[in-house]
Design a protein around this ligand. Structure first.
Ligand code: NAI
Length: 699
């Protein structure tokens, strides 16, 4: 049961009891209509209060039902709202804490609404690429005016009940309760007071006009178009609210329904709904139950105050966890601390951080040159040079000084975590925490589970990731983990495309038009081409049979490391970041083609995008097969939060699903026939081939 029905004197109270937020799933909807039926049948009942138990009135539709037949199964939300409106006895919504989406639409179907202060009121459907679909776009403008309602519908942001109650002429709340504690009592008294009122007021009967409708909605469309870019829902929200102002209620409802249904089928909404679920699923690890006991992390030590060590430290200072940084030399410490200060001061200057908060954060930071000072830390994160020898020395020291039960983490991006764990006598306490640069900004945290990592260590680090507001995704141990292992295939394809006839700018533009924040060459110039050069040099020795384009090496041999040397794949004007196509680089590529005996061909943007993306997808399928990632949606989260993959496409795996895996495999077979590409690589991963053959998807 997810509802409760009780009669107090002559008032029936229907309470939604569906934790965590009284989501309106089928059972709850049925419970509400059953309660209404009982109340109608009981002659002693004169009025009805509907409310929610626990932390919300109602957070709205149950996302698990989205797109399934259950969402529409009777009584669907329309029928519940109709039953409320048609109730011969007055129905009063007693609203507190959270009233969102379908929950607000339900409340708008009641005859009266009484709200507690501090309640978050929202129609957040736009965040899932939708508009409200159960009358929200037609009823909210009738109680708040078109402009306030439109702002809420296109932003999806919550507004506090007491603020809405101050809007002159508002009809959303008939009464504000003094407090959440007195709401129930006040709602009962209100119900008794209106029990004899007839006819009963209905929101649908309220007028809804805008004095300058044409001009206002034109203005609103221009504003929203600029903000919404690749998402259709906000503009449809404008259409729906406009319909509320210039059509009869039922005709407006028909407009809402048509727009909602079309959005539900749009790839953008599918992507956003996928992300909503994927984000929550990322923290669930198949063999680590949610109730796994966690270790207490009250203090952190960081080894290395370089680019990553400083950024990593800030994450913990930001949430009030003290950090001690260790370095080999005082100068390095001073430099690292100065960078942290500079970062915070920039935030203070921009008004994003208060001066006292900044000081409070800095007061949690301490430094040392001695390992013995770290003995009390609950967890240590190593971010020293990426060399196994250096990591070995550090982990042996940590094993010597850290207290029993402390978690020992490494920020390594390419080294074998099992080997690092083996430097200690406590491999069960060792784990990888792969932050992305800049570590204080980027959302992604790859949590690398080594062979012997204990389950409670994994559970603790995942929870800690959440605490510092990261999207933590578990990866097994392999070269590059999830993200960099896939990007390697993307970069290799970018190199082959250069050899076959593309320019760096053409490739960047194609993938940026697809939606990536930055193409591979602009990205290389930003990150430093020398870094991937160093990694390739290692690969040439470790994996001599892997085919690479030589262009990136030739570029580095020219000393063109990227923005930091003022030149890379592109030219840069002093102090500027605009990428200017370089005749010198294009000449180098042309000469290289000649040396290879290649006649350049014209390559379509479509081929560029497919080769870059499908290369990642094929590698991702192997990552799944090997159990490096436990689910496809984790891979999508890695790309959305760490690599600038366009949100409206939902991640590489969802994108492949939407293209159809059969089609993806067909393209791969075509690419395998290209003698300048890597035929062996393009053999579809067995998992991909199997899913494609069965007509299935990754997600
Ligand atoms: P960095 O060169 O900026 O900083 C390394 C710091 O470690 C230096 O300040 C150095 O003085 C210090 N250090 C070196 N040996 C030490 C020792 N034995 N004891 C104490 N401190 C020592 O390097 P960065 O970029 O911060 O990288 C650190 C780690 O993070 C590496 O493992 C790297 O692969 C990884 N990483 C780097 C990313 C990046 O974008 N820079 C991204 C993700 C991971």
């Amino acid at each position: 049961m997810t509802t409760e029905y009780k009669v107090h004197g002559d008032v029936a109270v229907i309470t939604m009891t569906h934790p965590p937020v009284n989501g309106l799933d089928h059972t709850t909807r049925q419970g509400i209509t059953d309660g209404l039926d009982k109340a109608q049948a009981d002659a002693a009942v004169k009025s009805i209060v509907i409310t929610g138990a626990g932390k919300a009135f109602s957070g709205g539709a149950d996302i698990k039902e989205f797109g399934s037949s259950k969402a529409l199964a009777e009584p669907n939300l329309f029928s519940v709202i109709a039953a409320l409106e048609n109730s011969p006895k007055p129905v009063i919504a007693a609203i507190h804490s959270v009233v969102m989406g379908g929950g607000l639409e339900l409340a708008l179907g009641c005859h009266y609404r009484i709200a507690a202060p501090g309640c978050s009121v929202a129609l957040p459907e736009v965040k899932l690429g939708l508009i409200p679909g159960a009358g929200g776009t037609q009823r909210l403008p009738r109680v708040l005016g078109a402009e306030t309602a439109l702002n809420m519908i296109v932003s999806g942001e919550p507004v506090k009940s007491e603020l809405l109650a101050q809007i002159p002429g508002q009809k959303l709340f008939d009464k504000m309760a003094a407090s959440a504690e007195t709401l129930a009592q006040e709602a009962m008294a209100f119900a008794q007071a209106v029990s004899g009122t007839r006819p009963l007021p209905l929101v649908r009967n309220l007028p809804c006009k805008h004095p300058n409708g044409d001009a206002y909605f034109q203005f609103a469309r221009n504003m929203v178009k600029g903000m919404a870019k690749n998402f259709p829902a906000p503009l449809k929200g404008v259409d729906a609210v406009e319909a509320a102002t210039n059509k009869k209620f039922d005709d407006g409802m028909a407009v809402e329904h048509e727009l909602f249904t079309a959005l539900m089928l749009s790839p953008e909404s599918r992507a956003l709904r996928h992300i909503f679920i994927a984000e929550r699923a990322a923290s669930k690890i198949p063999d680590v139950p949610e109730d796994t006991p966690k270790r207490e992390i009250k203090s952190i030590a960081v080894i290395g105050a370089g680019t990553m060590g400083g950024g990593i430290s800030m994450n913990f200072l930001n949430v009030g966890i003290p950090v001690m940084i260790l370095e080999v030399k005082q100068e390095a410490l001073d430099k690292g601390i100065a960078t942290i200060r500079k970062n915070y001061e920039a935030q203070v200057k921009k008004g994003k951080l208060k001066q006292d908060k900044y000081e409070q954060r800095m007061s949690l930071l301490s430094t040392t040159l001695s390992y013995d000072d770290l003995r009390d830390a609950d967890m240590v994160i190593e971010a020293v040079f990426e060399e196994m020898g250096v990591k070995e020395k550090v982990f042996k020291e940590l094993d010597r000084v850290m207290k029993p039960g402390a978690i020992l983490a490494s920020n390594t991006s390419t080294l074998d975590m099992n080997k690092i764990a083996g430097f200690t006598k406590r491999p069960q306490d060792v784990i990888g925490t792969h932050f992305f640069s800049p570590a204080n900004v980027m959302k992604l945290l790859e949590v690398v589970r080594a062979k012997k990592t204990a389950k409670d260590v994994l559970a603790t680090v995942m929870a800690l990731g959440k605490k510092i507001k990261k999207t933590a995704v578990v990866s097994g141990v392999c070269d590059g983990f999830i993200g960099n292992r896939m990007i390697e295939q993307y970069s290799r394809q970018a190199g082959f495309l250069l050899e076959e006839g593309c320019t760096p700018a053409q490739i960047d533009k194609a993938i940026e038009t697809f939606g990536f924040a930055m193409g591979p060459f602009r990205m290389g110039d930003l990150a430093g081409n020398d870094i991937s050069w160093a990694i390739r040099k290692r690969r040439y020795i470790e994996k001599p049979d892997v085919k690479y384009s030589k262009t990136a090496d030739l570029l580095c041999e020219m000393g063109r490391y990227g923005q930091k040397t003022g030149a890379g794949w592109y030219d840069y004007l002093p102090g500027k970041r605009d990428a200017i196509p370089s005749p010198l680089v294009e000449g180098m590529i042309e000469k290289h083609r000649k040396d290879m005996g290649v006649t350049p061909r014209k390559i379509s943007d479509e081929e560029i995008v497919q080769r870059l993306l499908y290369a990642m997808v094929n590698e991702a399928a192997r990552i799944l097969e090997e159990g490096i990632a436990s689910k496809a949606s984790d891979i999508d989260m890695v790309y959305l939060t760490g690599y600038g993959f366009p949100v409206y496409r939902g991640g590489p795996m969802l994108y492949a699903d939407q293209v159809g895996l059969f089609n993806v495999v067909q393209s791969m077979k075509r690419f395998a026939k290209n003698p300048l590409d890597d035929a062996k690589f393009w053999q579809p991963a067995p998992l991909l081939a199997k899913l494609a053959a069965e007509g299935k998807t990754f997600n």
